[in-house]
Design a protein around this ligand. Structure first.
Ligand code: ADP
Ligand code: MG
Ligand code: MG
Length: 867
């Protein structure tokens, strides 16, 4: 039996796509098939990487297959690998199935050695180019294959530039570079303990192996954890014949998007550098030129680029992000992938591509990353605020962020974890800063362009970024930064506006976001596709109004305890709790009744025409009292002692309160029905009232509470309402059939249901053992953020089946935090709930997620972004 093939040339048919060849490999093969100019090359499959990770050794047939394909490359190029006169050179590039920009490794100019570099210099008549290529190889190879600290090479290069008075690399001469090579080789030999390898096939084998190993590098792991990428995918390795952007002023390299990844505008958006090799643009070492300037400098290559981009976009039917090189005026594409974009750009691109007829409305809706929309639902700088703009950089990733200045990634992580808002301020960022970026509210860099590492990563994370802020200088020893004349210390507050590039001293007032036209268009389409209704959790008329603006179709959870907390009411509430007998308690409750009634009236009016679910008092009473030490009287102190519980979340709360002290719920029901009557009389439109009892576990609890509700409500004859319960205890799920006899609706309270089903106290889990569980992979996700489908979800499924089994018309919803989390919303769709309810700001996200769940059921899903 012949072993599985592990290597495919770009122009060969492979028995798999992205999973086998990686995103980069698939893109290169597909472009080759389309006749787009791509250098020749081949892909080592992810199978080979996985096998190497599993066994610790590369598969036995691998090197023979690689040799065979190198042979093919040589024939095609008419050059030999390892040749001394005019050598074939290649790049070795990682590429996983899911894009992880900058996380994995690339080595350029492989195949050079001390003799071949002289040959290349002669063959091309361009010694500067030859030496530049070789010094890059030594540096990249040293870093990637032998883990030599890159700063050693950078420092040497910097030192040489200073001695020569050169501002940029390109000002160094061939002789300078020859000297640099000697020093790089010294560094290599000193750090590695053996001279730089001169044998081309050996270089290639070790490089391929190093790329496999880079899959397991710490930064790659952190990245995968952040983006939920499985650890066992492995990476492919692409070996590509070199084309050279560093041959002089008719050569160059660049990156380009087919639409603006920040705004979504249809235009070429990119940057290029003359006389440079690929990594220079992304590394932010030299600040590149805008792509339009290429039109004058190399008109033919530019025209070809424009044409190629159009072809790629219509082929992939999505915005592409490409990397290219021009060698002596000839264009080559080195990569294409579906471009990462801001939420704002995603919406605009989806809306406009639909108008252009490139995609359908269904695809447009399916394509938007619901989680990413969160970006747009965050505060921005108050336009009317008087702000002190001290500098302007590139508007690399939109949104505003205020935070304390932090100058390195480790400290950013530490302070961020401690709960501080920190703004990472760097000369430029590298993949090693990823942990700092994760824990910062935004990032500001002095160097680098719109496609620099900081910009790309920030956009992906939905964090504001201002890049290439020339006025900024950082003194890491003094822990200060200088912006023009101004000096600030680490820890000082600073604000960036990634939408405009402004850098502002101090913290600045932020305003809530609104839904723009493209967002509105996409949400409008989403509404046509979804089956789930979307409501909001709102306790105040202001929240209710905000929720309406964001498209909520009712309130799924109105918590009454917040109304009890208001400073003018709390004393009356305390009086009620401290009352020595029922009579005194009722007297206090009588005074609360009109205020509660007024609250409800306002909320009903704000939600006119839509249902409002009001939950009766839920928290343990001690929450309304001060601590024993702060008690103002002996009576109060005694009562506080009496109410003290070892585990209040499982104590006297929810309907247990309402059953023991029925006058509390009676007052609340009375306030609700009176408010409903008053609003109906005033507006002519009776509100859709739903009265909800919390924490029911036994059918008998709800039976009694329904009786209470009906008795009190009958005081206002003619007011219609539904009476139901939260389902937030495992027992309630199991006995959902019995409980349904007294319920018109169920609302899953998945915060409590998660706590009680998992036996995790939320307050104690997060930040303690749960963090350990997540970091060590015992759990994949935080179950308080993403619904635990298997455990909590199964309980919900049982409750749905049993409840609807006895009462098919039973209305079902969810009002825990999960109601606004896209994956959890999809689950709610699957199990047939009628609605989800979430915080007002998440309503747009839930509308979209609900539509995507319905579309997925019909077979419409998003295309994976990768490359
Ligand atoms: P990343 O995944 O980090 O983008 P790549 O493998 O795409 O890494 O390589 C980075 C850059 O190196 C490319 O954008 C390209 O400019 C340059 N490069 C890679 N291979 C070649 C090649 N064969 N010829 C010329 N440049 C190359
Ligand atoms: Mg690339
Ligand atoms: Mg609850």
């Amino acid at each position: 039996m012949r072993a599985v093939r592990l290597v495919y040339a770009f122009d060969e048919e492979a028995p798999g796509g992205r999973d086998l060849l990686g995103g980069k490999g698939v893109g290169l093969a597909e472009m080759t098939a389309l006749g787009i100019p791509v250098p020749a090359g081949f892909t080592v499959t992810t199978d080979a990487c996985r096998e190497t990770m599993r066994s610790g050794e590369v598969p036995p047939s691998l090197w023979a297959e690689v040799d065979e394909h190198v042979e093919g490359l040589q024939e095609r190029a008419g050059k030999r690998f390892g040749d001394h006169d005019d050598p074939l050179l290649v790049s070795v590039r990682s590429g996983a199935a899911i894009s992880m920009p900058g996380m994995m490794d690339t080595i350029l100019n492989l195949g050079l050695n001390d003799v071949a570099v002289e040959g290349l210099a002669t063959a091309t008549g361009n010694p500067r180019f030859a030496f530049d290529s070789y010094r890059r190889l030594i540096q990249m190879y040293g870093e990637v294959v032998d883990e030599v600290d890159g700063h050693l090479f950078e420092g040497e290069l910097q030192g040489l530039k200073e001695r020569r008075g050169a501002r940029q690399d390109v000002e160094l001469t061939a002789d300078d570079l020859r000297e640099l090579i000697a020093r790089f080789q010294e560094i290599y030999e000193r750090e590695v303990g053996s001279p730089f390898p001169q044998d081309a096939p050996e270089q290639l084998r070790r490089a391929i192996r190093a790329v496999f190993d880079s899959w397991e590098a710490p930064r790659a792991r952190v990245y995968r954890r952040t983006y939920d990428i499985p650890d066992d995918l492995g990476t492919a390795v692409n070996v590509v014949q070199m084309v050279f952007g560093n041959k002089g002023d008719t050569s160059g390299t660049g990156v380009c998007f087919t639409r603006d990844p920040s705004t979504g505008e249809r235009c070429l958006f990119g940057e290029f550098l003359l006389n440079a090799q690929g990594e220079d643009v992304v590394a932010g070492i030299r600040t590149p030129q805008p792509i339009e300037q290429m039109r004058e400098i190399m008109p033919e290559a530019y025209a070809q680029l424009v044409d190629t981009l159009e072809r790629l976009e219509s082929h992939y039917r999505d915005m592409q992000d490409i990397e290219f090189t021009v060698e002596d005026g000839v264009l080559y594409l080195l990569q294409t992938r579906t471009g990462k974009r801001t939420a704002q750009a995603a919406l605009r691109i989806a809306a406009e591509m639909t108008e252009e007829g490139l995609i359908s409305r269904e695809e447009a809706v399916a394509r938007i990353d619901a989680g990413q929309l969160d970006q747009l639902l965050h505060p921005m700088i108050d336009p009317s605020a008087d702000v002190e703009v001290v500098a302007t950089g590139l508007n690399a990733s939109p949104g505003a962020a205020s935070g304390a200045i932090v100058l390195d990634a480790d400290l950013a992580e530490e302070r961020g974890r401690a709960g501080d808002d920190v703004l990472l301020v760097r000369w430029e960022t590298t993949p090693d800063d990823i942990h700092g970026l994760i824990h910062s509210v935004g990032v500001l860099t002095a160097h680098g362009g719109m496609t620099s590492h900081a910009a790309v990563v920030a956009r992906g994370m939905g964090k504001p970024c201002v890049a290439g802020c020339d006025a900024l200088a950082i003194d890491l020893d003094a822990r200060t930064i200088r912006i023009g004349e101004l000096e600030l210390r680490e820890g000082d507050p600073l604000t960036i506006d990634g939408g405009t590039g402004r850098v502002i001293v101090g913290a600045v007032p932020l305003v809530p976001p609104a839904i723009d036209e493209n967002f509105g268009t996409i949400l409008g389409w989403a509404d046509d596709f979804r089956r789930l209704r979307v409501r909001a959790n709102a306790d105040t008329p202001t929240d209710a109004a905000k929720a309406r603006e964001f498209g909520a179709e009712g309130i799924g959870l109105c918590r009454t305890e917040h109304m009890f907390m208001a400073p003018d009411r709390l004393p009356v509430v305390q009086e009620m709790i401290l009352a020595s007998d029922e009579k005194a308690r009722r007297a206090a409750l009588d005074r609360l009744l009109p205020v509660q009634q007024k609250d409800f009236e306002e909320i009903f009016e704000a939600m006119a025409g839509f249902p409002v679910t009001i939950r009766l008092l839920d928290p343990p009473l001690h929450e309304f009292l001060p601590s024993a030490e702060e008690a103002t009287s002996d009576a109060m102190r005694r009562r506080i002692e009496q109410l003290r519980e070892a585990n209040p979340m499982l104590g006297t709360r929810g309907c247990r309160l309402g059953l023991q002290w029925p006058e509390i719920y009676e007052m609340q029901v009375r306030a609700i029905v009176r408010a409903a009557r008053a609003v109906a009389e005033r507006t002519g439109e009776p509100p859709l009232v739903e009265i909800m009892h919390p924490l029911v576990g036994f059918a008998e609890e709800l039976r009694r509470l329904r009786e209470l509700t009906e008795r009190v409500a009958s005081e206002e004859p003619g007011v219609e309402y539904l009476c139901g319960t939260m389902i937030e205890l495992p027992r309630a799920c199991m006995r959902a059939d019995e409980i349904a006899e007294s319920a018109d609706f169920y609302s899953f309270g998945t915060n409590d249901l998660t706590q009680t089903a998992l036996g995790f106290s939320r307050d104690d889990a997060e930040g303690k053992f749960l963090t350990y569980y997540l970091e060590h992979g015992i759990l994949g996700r935080n179950p308080f953020e993403v619904l635990d489908r298997e455990g909590v979800g199964d309980l919900m499924r049982i409750a749905v089946e049993r409840g609807r089994g006895v009462k098919p018309e039973l209305k079902l919803g969810i009002c825990g935090e999960h109601g606004g989390e896209p994956r959890s919303v999809a689950f709610c769709h699957e199990i047939g709930l009628d609605y989800v309810s979430c915080s007002p700001y998440r309503v747009p996200l839930a509308r979209l997620a609900a539509a995507q769940a319905a579309l997925a059921e019909a077979g419409v899903t998003a295309v994976a972004i990768g490359g």
